[in-house]
Design a protein around this ligand. Structure first.
Ligand code: ZN
Length: 340
């Protein structure tokens, strides 16, 4: 089927689980109650996507507080008590980040509970998201490895261990989120893509990478103001991504200053075309979504286009996010009718 639909990853959490409309939102429960509530919210996220008509659904990232730290919490060698303030994404924002103090090792499975719960309750294809190694390495303070590349490859091995387990759980697509990829373009080509391939090595399922200019939060909006009228950062990394072993690339297109022609550099890849703006509360019409797909079709073979959101929807209002899911599915259906 042409123009299948999926989302970048996250959906807003219900207000009984975490404080709404907030990144890093504090949990509202604790202990066993919290763990049960995370699973309840996961099933709700899957159901909302199914009912909206999304083809490849996700667990909605309901079980993690933040897309990077959800993974780090299960890693040995990281000191969460000893947090230091660090400018991340090339000093775009300050964050209190944990410290790597020793050799990195997984304490056990990271996402088994929510992955298995989602798998047990949907017959649709299921995508699961993990942070990418370069982005993780940019979101912790290193007091052990002494070299960012070495540390990123250590994280890549851990990611690979969890990714292989997720594939055994029945996950169909594993996506690594690498927002650091449009910040450190030189290192992306030198080692970022190699680290990503290490994380995705030997996976029986499909693999994807989501690169993006970030959620619609103020620090990102201010940063985007400085990038000029056309965002050509991807020009430097798409050829190497096209040559990589990753199957799919997720890119923002709706209301984006990324010149759509750059998608043509992703030869041989499935392109997850962001047709829903997550930085705006204005709900796209199906016509808007079909128009974004049509624009992408000028540069990507239509068989390789998957309709997607620009980025995660975690910080959005729930009703708006749900309406946007419906618009995405209806817009893809319209495009199918029109261009199929
Ligand atoms: Zn994103």
């Amino acid at each position: 089927m042409l123009f299948e639909t999926t989302i970048a990853g996250s959906l807003p959490k219900p207000s009984w689980l975490a404080e709404p409309e907030k990144l890093w939102a504090p949990w509202r429960l604790a202990g066993a109650e919290l763990e049960a509530a995370k699973i309840d919210a996961t099933l709700l996220a899957v159901k909302l996507q199914e009912d909206a008509g999304i083809d490849i659904v996700t667990a909605g990232e309901q079980a993690r507080q933040h897309f990077v730290h959800g993974f780090l919490e299960r890693v040995e060698g990281i000191d969460f008590q000893n947090r230091v303030e660090m400018g991340i994404r090339n000093d775009r924002y300050k964050a209190m980040v944990p410290t790597v103090t020793g050799p990195l090792k997984l304490k056990g499975r990271v996402h088994a509970a929510e992955a298995k719960a989602a798998r047990a309750h949907t017959k649709r294809r299921l995508k699961f998201t993990l942070p990418g190694p370069m982005t993780i390495a940019d979101t912790v303070a290193d007091r052990h490895y002494g070299d960012q590349k070495t540390m990123a490859f250590a994280f890549a091995d851990l990611l690979n261990e969890e990714a292989r387990a997720l594939a055994r759980d029945g996950i169909d697509v594993i996506q690594f989120d690498e927002p650091a990829f449009n910040v450190f373009m030189d290192q992306v080509n030198v080692w970022g893509i190699a680290a990503l391939e290490r994380a995705a090595a030997g996976l029986a399922c499909r693999t994807a990478v989501h690169i993006c200019y970030g959620y619609g939060i103020k620090a990102n909006i201010d940063w985007k103001e400085t990038l000029g009228a056309e965002w050509r950062q991807y020009e430097a990394i798409f050829p190497a991504l096209a040559a990589s072993r990753i199957d799919q690339v997720s890119v923002e297109c709706r209301n984006s200053k990324v010149p759509i022609g750059l998608l043509g550099l992703l030869k041989g890849k499935d392109v997850l075309v962001g047709a829903i703006d997550v930085a705006s509360d204005e709900i796209e019409t199906p016509e808007d979504v079909a128009a974004t797909i049509e624009a992408a079709m000028q540069h990507v073979p239509k068989e390789r286009i998957v309709a997607c959101t620009n980025c995660g929807m975690a910080p959005m209002r729930r009703d708006i996010a749900e309406a946007k899911l419906v618009a995405l599915a209806e817009g893809a259906a319209l495009a199918r009718k029109r261009f199929g």
